[in-house]
Design a protein around this ligand. Structure first.
Ligand SMILES: Nc1ncnc2c1ncn2[C@@H]1O[C@H](COP(=O)(O)OP(=O)(O)O)[C@@H](O)[C@H]1O
Ligand SMILES: [Mg+2]
Length: 247
């Protein structure tokens, strides 16, 4: 379980989080929405220690991580995987070796053993036929699936997806949606998804929380977003429906 308790974060005089509270339960798929610059990435980066909060507490599986030492985050990053918005695959390595790398580094597997497990991961995301290709040969949607496969190699309990479908074509976006859903149902991962994509929200999310001016405006099932009478929420939903906002 992930718990943010009264988390505050500012950069100089710019207050980004004003004391946010959010709980994400086991194998839930929770979406974080909000306009560009609302602080969505800032919020989730606290979970892997990329940012440290100014006040409040963050708990992961009953352990406070917000005051933990940097070196202890090494273990946290194995169980809590962050899939960045932009591809972080290594261009000089095949798809298979990109996925095998965490197994060599994190588990100390041999090259052969890591490739065998990496192939199983690629099969999970139906990407085994691309194993011997290089990232640059693949489109953005396929690269994203490789990044997700790599994120799953160390069997994380938590996966944070930062704008997984932004800049993907609709067909690729829906395949990524299916993958997120599938991972949460099949391997019980808990997913925190930063997204502007209304189609994803309404097909994948168990819950949606909207960040606005440093705090959560709503936190509930996807229908709560659609049915909200709050003018800010209505405007957000209408704006997204007219055309997704790029960040
Ligand atoms: N490391 C940083 N230093 C200073 N300002 C930052 C930093 N990271 C994010 N910000 C600012 O915090 C605000 C929220 O950013 P972010 O969480 O990336 O927005 P988004 O909701 O689009 O993901 C933005 O105004 C951004 O400029
Ligand atoms: Mg962001």
């Amino acid at each position: 379980m992930i718990e943010f308790k009264g988390v505050k974060k500012a950069f100089g005089s710019k207050v980004v989080l004003r004391g946010v509270n959010l709980t994400v339960g086991k194998s839930e798929v929770v979406f974080i929405v909000g306009s560009s610059g609302a602080g969505k990435s800032v919020l989730v980066k606290h979970l892997i220690g990329l940012l440290r909060c100014d006040a409040g507490e963050i708990w992961l599986d009953g352990k406070e991580i917000s005051r933990m030492r940097e070196e202890d985050f090494y273990e946290i990053r194995k169980k809590c995987c962050y899939i960045f918005q932009h591809s972080t695959l290594f261009d000089s390595m095949s798809v298979l070796d990109n996925v095998a790398l965490p197994l060599r580094k994190g588990r100390g597997l041999t090259v052969a053993a890591s490739r065998k497990t990496a192939m199983e991961r690629l099969e999970m995301v139906q990407m085994e036929s691309y194993a011997h290709r290089f990232p640059a040969e693949l489109g953005a949607g396929l690269q994203k699936r490789v990044a997700i496969a790599r994120g799953l190699t160390l069997d994380p309990a938590y996966v944070i997806y930062d704008e997984p479908t932004t800049s993907l074509d609709p067909v690729s976006a829906r395949r990524v949606d299916a993958l997120i859903r599938d991972m949460s149902k099949r391997v019980n991962v808990t997913s925190l998804v930063v997204s502007h994509d209304l189609t994803s929200i309404f097909t994948v999310a168990d819950r949606v929380a909207m960040l606005y001016r440093g705090d959560f405006l709503i936190d509930g099932p996807p229908a709560a977003l659609k049915n909200s009478t709050n003018p800010v929420v209505q405007q957000y939903v209408r704006g997204q429906a007219d055309g997704p906002m790029e960040t």
